[in-house]
Design a binder for this molecule. Structure first.
Ligand SMILES: [Zn+2]
Length: 424
């Protein structure tokens, strides 16, 4: 059936300052009407009493491991995770094998994901060939092949001259650079430098590794006029630097990961390697500063950095690969902050959907306006569930939240007018 009628949902859409009960009619892939007491004889009706309807989520930072490491995840499993978590647009990182540094790899991802058809996957191209930090890629060819941004994520670009050039060239193409900011000479340890690293006797990395590169990238964006998007910001000083440079008019945007908002380094004491991420989980004062940044607007968006790893890659902390899966847990984690009254539900939707859509320059998501493509999610903010074998769509299980009780569940996800996920 090509028509869907959503009845009596709480409609939350910050793009049009909407927060009220109402109906949505979807027809031929688009939002045909938003209003009260809508009626349509030939439509699949969704009784959405008790549910929130919002624009579906947009994740600027995921690792789908395809091509090359399909034992951790592939495009199909990653996209199923995404729609089960309420996301219909993903930007996938280029640290695949081979990396996304040629048009062929970008097009493989676009074609395969379009064939699967569950949601939209947009590749981020590498900044340098092989992500080696030595020679710039052909930005024009990669943009033409469908890359929406450029990053060497996981291998921070250390050469300032190359970063300056990358900012200039991508700006000329109307694109932007993303950077995982950690100076690799300073970020040699495994976890945050502090109480927990001393207690466990594990080599650590300080926040200065992040702060140094955030400062450099903001300065280069300021001088070149290029757009830098700072990935998974985690330290309080980084946030202050972003605030300072935004006020100066630099084109700086930033994302934060839900785990940096809800966990501190102490999580390592109970979850061990499952809590190992880069940049590392930090101190309570950093976490508090990030919450402040969410409230006052310095932080632009939430990104999950969904990073699947096999069980054997998450053993001993020193040897474990960094990262957590996150597409299915982002909503319940962010709802925790709504319940704690750190942010409103509307601000949460802005962070997960409207703002990242605007950063990408895509107007077919991030809004429920009449006439736009129907990309939306219906979630129950109170429903409790557990992420375990039967609810997990990822090929991997690496998260401290595995088998913990979560509150807030996606019930339906609609992509381009089609129901692509339904909670059963
Ligand atoms: Zn990263």
């Amino acid at each position: 059936m090509s028509r869907i009628l959503i009845k009596k949902a709480r409609l939350v859409d910050p793009s049009q300052h909407l927060d009220r009960t109402g109906d949505i009619l979807i027809e031929k892939g688009r939002i045909k009407a938003v209003g009260e007491d809508l009626f349509e004889l030939e439509a699949q009706v969704i009784d959405a009493r008790g549910l929130v309807a919002s624009p579906s989520f947009v994740d600027l930072h995921v690792h789908l491991r395809d091509p090359g490491q399909e034992y951790k995840e592939d495009l199909g499993s990653g996209m199923r995770c995404a729609v089960a978590g309420g996301f219909t647009t993903l930007v996938c990182m280029p640290n695949t094998t081979p990396p996304i540094d040629t048009p062929e790899v970008a097009q493989y991802i676009l074609r395969k994901s379009e064939d699967l058809g569950l949601c939209r996957v947009l590749p981020a191209g590498a900044i340098t060939k092989g992500r080696k930090g030595k020679e710039l890629v052909d930005f024009y060819a990669l943009k033409r092949a469908g890359c929406v941004a450029f990053t060497d994520d996981g291998a921070p670009l250390m050469d300032s001259k190359l970063m300056e050039r990358a900012l200039e060239l991508t700006a000329q193409l109307g694109s932007f650079v993303m950077n995982h900011c950690e100076d690799d000479r300073l970020a040699y340890g495994h976890i945050n430098e502090g109480y927990v690293s001393s207690l466990l006797g594990i080599a650590s990395r300080s926040a200065s590794a992040e702060d140094v590169l955030v400062a450099r990238d903001c300065i280069l964006a300021y001088h070149t006029g290029g757009h830098i998007h700072l990935q998974h910001l985690s330290s309080s000083l980084s946030l202050e630097l972003v605030r300072f440079f935004k006020e100066k008019g630099a084109r700086v945007t930033c994302e934060v990961n839900p785990y940096h908002l809800l966990f501190t380094e102490r999580e390592l004491l109970s979850s061990y390697a499952l809590a190992k991420v880069n940049p590392p989980l930090r101190k309570e004062e950093d976490r508090k500063a990030l919450l402040e940044g969410l409230k006052e607007g310095t932080i632009d968006c939430i990104a999950t950095d969904h990073a699947p790893h096999a069980v054997w890659e998450k053993g001993q902390i020193e040897k474990a690969m960094p990262g957590m899966i996150g597409l299915q847990t982002a909503l319940p984690m962010m709802l925790e902050l709504v319940r704690e009254e750190v942010i409103s539900l509307s601000r949460m939707v802005e962070l997960l959907s409207c703002r990242p859509a605007r950063i990408l320059g895509i107007d077919s998501c991030g809004t429920l306006k009449e006439g736009t493509r129907a990309n939306l999610v219906l979630f129950d903010p109170e429903k409790e569930w557990v992420l375990e074998e039967k609810t997990n769509y990822s090929k991997s299980q690496n998260t401290p939240l595995w088998k913990r009780r979560l509150r807030g569940k996606v019930m339906y996800t609609i992509f381009e007018g089609r129901l692509v996920y339904q909670d059963v």
